[in-house]
Design a protein around this ligand. Structure first.
Ligand SMILES: Cc1cn([C@H]2C[C@H](O)[C@@H](COP(=O)(O)OP(=O)(O)O[C@H]3O[C@H](C)C(=O)[C@H](O)[C@H]3O)O2)c(=O)[nH]c1=O
Length: 185
């Protein structure tokens, strides 16, 4: 069984098809394989694995990133329910800066999103009780947290459901000013 990576319109952002192996007992799905993810740019160890549980559909978490030198690669997997997962290119000088890619991740579709350094990440729960697993290439750095407002017109993210239950921190992110260039590497 191999992790199969599919390219997206944003360079380096990959959809990972984890290709479940199913039998009469159920299934096995590979969550992370260093050898295989090296081909997609993840060359170091996993430094942290987090889980989030989100109770109500409509909830949006994001748009989060860590500032350099704590910028991180993030592998996002939905292990229960369904989400719309969104990554925004913030790489200064990128031809797709501020463009985003959105994909449905779910317990059933067995896909993960491999998000390179320089991207912001967020999602909307499309069902109640969604669970996510995040593998991070860098440890959490409280002082390096960056964020964008998920309803910022400059991002033009078309959330499928009315946006609900933003955290105070996420709701407080100011909208970007015209001329925003992204985050220097
Ligand atoms: C990641 C982390 C967070 N925290 C603290 C920081 C905050 O006070 C609180 C919640 O963290 P955060 O705001 O990152 O939680 P979410 O808003 O659910 O963000 C999560 O979902 C979005 C979509 C992401 O992309 C983040 O990577 C992921 O952490 O836990 C810690 O104490 N340790 C940690 O390792």
């Amino acid at each position: 069984m191999r992790l199969q990576g599919g390219e997206t319109p944003l360079a380096g952002l990959m959809v990972i098809d984890r290709r479940r192996l199913s039998d009469e007992r159920g299934y096995l799905s590979r969550l992370f394989c260093q050898d295989e993810l090296a081909a997609f740019g993840w060359h170091g160890p996993i430094m942290q694995i987090n889980e989030t549980g989100t109770v109500h559909k409509g909830t949006v978490r994001g748009m989060h990133f860590q500032r350099p030198p704590h910028a991180e690669i993030k592998l996002v997997t939905c292990t229960r329910g369904r989400i719309l997962d969104v990554a925004v290119d913030l790489r200064e000088g990128s031809p797709t800066v501020l463009k985003h890619f959105a994909i449905e991740l779910s317990e059933e579709n067995g896909c993960s999103l491999l998000i390179p350094k320089g991207f912001a990440h967020g999602f909307q729960a499309l069902t109640d009780d969604v669970r996510l697993i995040y593998a991070h290439s860098e440890p959490y750095a409280a002082g390096a947290e960056g964020g964008l407002h998920p309803q910022d017109p400059a991002l033009a993210i078309d959330w499928p459901l009315p946006v609900e239950r933003l955290s105070a921190r996420d709701a407080a992110h100011p909208f970007l000013t015209p001329g925003y260039l992204g985050v220097a590497a």
